[in-house]
Design a protein around this ligand. Structure first.
Ligand code: KIV
Length: 267
């Protein structure tokens, strides 16, 4: 297994045309498996609100919850870079609060970087956080914390005006000093244009193959969350089916007095 992944390593990958891999993680056991498999970045996403807490969207997630999950993930990883998501209202109210809250994700959570949604509108905030030494990952395009403004999880960047705005957001995130930017839910040609124009890596989710890296929500790619499955998700395993089979076998074994056997019992 390789060395510890750092922020400069992630940036270097773009310049060496090496794809960056990123998956979400919310707990120790998953983080350990993903880390041992060789993932570059573990993102403690506020998607925890949907796939872990069962909320309708990410808006109810709190900073304390993000810190709790980040701590668990950090305990499970040896190599990957851990980035913690800044939840809704933890960075939009004032620059001072944003700096303090980003700091908490590092100081209390053990994250090595934070992720914020937005571009031009939060350029100053990103800059202020970066200035005190905290690595920032941007997030533009379909930003889930703006779900109500978008009227749902709709692909962004379809019109000329939207395309220009998203390009402007990506450039603003780069100018503010972010080390990478997530491009979510945008047409692949726009993602290609942004990836070619930016010197920092782009990490795509629903943004096509031309990004410098890819991220997926772990519950989506393992088939653990099937309330809805976006088109961009590739399901690499059906763990729900495996779990269901295992649980049914346990129930049957107990009811039929096959478990526990002598080998599971003490004399
Ligand atoms: O919260 C999250 O998991 C994310 C990724 C989908 C990029 O922001």
């Amino acid at each position: 297994m390789g060395e510890k992944v750092t922020v400069p390593d992630i940036v270097k990958k773009k310049h060496q045309s090496e794809k960056i891999t990123c998956l979400t993680a919310y707990d120790y056991s998953f983080a350990r498996i993903l880390d041992q498999a060789g993932i570059d970045i573990l993102l403690v996403g506020d998607s925890v609100g949907c796939v872990f807490q069962g909320q309708a969207n990410t808006l109810p997630v709190t900073l304390d919850e993000m810190i709790y999950h980040t701590r668990a993930v950090v305990r499970g990883r040896k190599h990957a870079l851990v980035v913690g998501d800044m939840p809704f209202l933890s960075y939009q109210v004032s620059r001072e609060r944003a700096i303090a809250n980003a700091g908490r994700l590092l100081q209390e959570g053990g994250a090595e970087g934070v992720k914020l949604e937005g571009g031009l509108a939060i350029q100053d905030t990103i800059e202020a956080i970066v200035k005190i030494g905290i690595p920032v990952m941007g997030h533009v395009g379909l930003t889930p914390q703006s779900v109500h403004r978008f009227g749902g999880y709709k692909i962004q960047g379809k019109s000329k005006e939207q395309r220009e705005a998203i390009m402007g957001d990506a450039l603003a995130v780069e100018a503010a000093g972010a080390f990478a930017v997530v491009l979510e839910g945008i047409p692949l040609d726009l993602a290609k244009e942004i990836s070619e124009r930016l010197t920092i890596p782009t990490i795509g989710i629903g943004a096509g193959p031309h990004c410098d890296g890819q991220v997926l929500v772990i519950h989506d790619m393992l088939g653990l969350f099937d309330d809805f499955t976006p088109k961009f998700v590739k399901r690499y395993a059906d763990i729900k089916e495996v779990m269901t089979g295992a649980v049914k076998s346990f129930i049957a074994d107990v009811r039929e007095r096959k478990f526990p056997g002598a080998e599971h019992s003490f004399k």
